[in-house]
Structures are given as C-alpha cells and as structure tokens.
Design a binder for this molecule. Sequence first.
Ligand SMILES: C[S@@+](CC[C@H](N)C(=O)[O-])C[C@H]1O[C@@H](n2cnc3c(N)ncnc32)[C@H](O)[C@@H]1O
Length: 177
Amino acid sequence: MNFEILRIGQRLVRDDRVTTHVALVSRAFGASKIYMNEVNPEIKDTLEKINSTWGGDFEIEFVDDWKKVIKEKKAKSVKIIHLTMYGENINDVESKLQKEDKVLIIVGAKKVPREIYDMADYNVAVGHQPHSEISSLAVVLDRIQKGNQFLAKYENPGRRIIPTKNGKNVVINERMD
Ligand SMILES: C[S@@+](CC[C@H](N)C(=O)[O-])C[C@H]1O[C@@H](n2cnc3c(N)ncnc32)[C@H](O)[C@@H]1O
C-alpha cells in the first residue's frame, strides 16, 4: 500500500516541533511523502538530513492549496482518511483500511475546515478523546500495516542500526552515491 500524509495548518512557531514529529512519524512508519502548509521551511532540511543519515527518499512538499491536493488524489482513486476524534472508531474500520491500495491520511493541527469531513472517504477516530496528530497518525499507520512497517529497509543509509539488547551498535555504511 502507498501512504501519503497531508498535514493541514499549524499554530505558528508553537507547532514547529510537533510538525517535525508528524513528518518523522510519517517517514518512520512507512509513508512516502508528506504535504504540508503554513510550515517553517527549515523542516525540509531536517528531513533531508534524516534521509541522508538513515536512508530512503521520504519527500516533503509545501502546498498552498490543500483542497487541490485532495481533489487530485481523489481523481487518482486514492482513498482519503481524515483523522478526527469525531469519526468512526479505528477498531471498527481497520480491516477495511487494510484492504485499500493508495491512501492519503489527513491530520490537522488546529480545528480543520468542515468540508474535509465531507471530502474524506473515511473519518477515523483513534478513540474519542482529544490527543494529538502525532499519536493518532502513528496508531493508524501501525493498525493498517500491522507492524510490518518496522521490517522495512531504507535505501542507501549513511548509518544502520544493528539491534542489540544493550547499548548501541551502529554501522557506518560505505555510501552508494
Ligand atoms: C490537537 S488536535 C486538534 C483538535 C481540534 N481541537 C479539533 O477540534 O479538531 C490535532 C489533530 O490531531 C488529530 N487527533 C486528535 N485526537 C484524535 C483522535 N482521538 N482521533 C483521531 N485523530 C485525532 C486530528 O487529526 C486533529 O486534527
């Protein structure tokens, strides 16, 4: 399955770290790309450094018009999953979501515009209590992929971790580029 993420809105300055973490979770949990608006452009450098150190080609695209992104995805049969505490409980819809082929997952920062609820194919709640876009995204990506995202190999990493019971074991790779 191909996953992309759309993060809408940010509370300027205050949300910089949260925004970075939304992108980090997206990358580490198997998404190929994140679209963002209203963000600090430095986030692109941060994620480029992460790709260079830990591998893969996770992309960030800054967008002005989030509606256009959703419409273009829908035209390509990408299913739109909007994460909101008001939606259907993830426990009830996860099996349907696991069968989808291409998805765009939308998370908000502040109150999201009402029309997103209508544009979405699924409005999904990770429980019906307010928490965060970081946690809700991580849970949904994990439920959809059933943990398999943690087996993924990232292409051409500068460093690779050898899992150990104790301490840190990191291999510095000969770069392919
Ligand atoms: C800090 S919350 C903002 C909540 C905002 N007060 C509202 O009314 O939508 C930011 C984002 O986290 C996600 N989120 C928070 N709690 C959630 C939950 N229980 N289930 C699914 N997504 C959630 C949603 O995508 C939401 O837009």
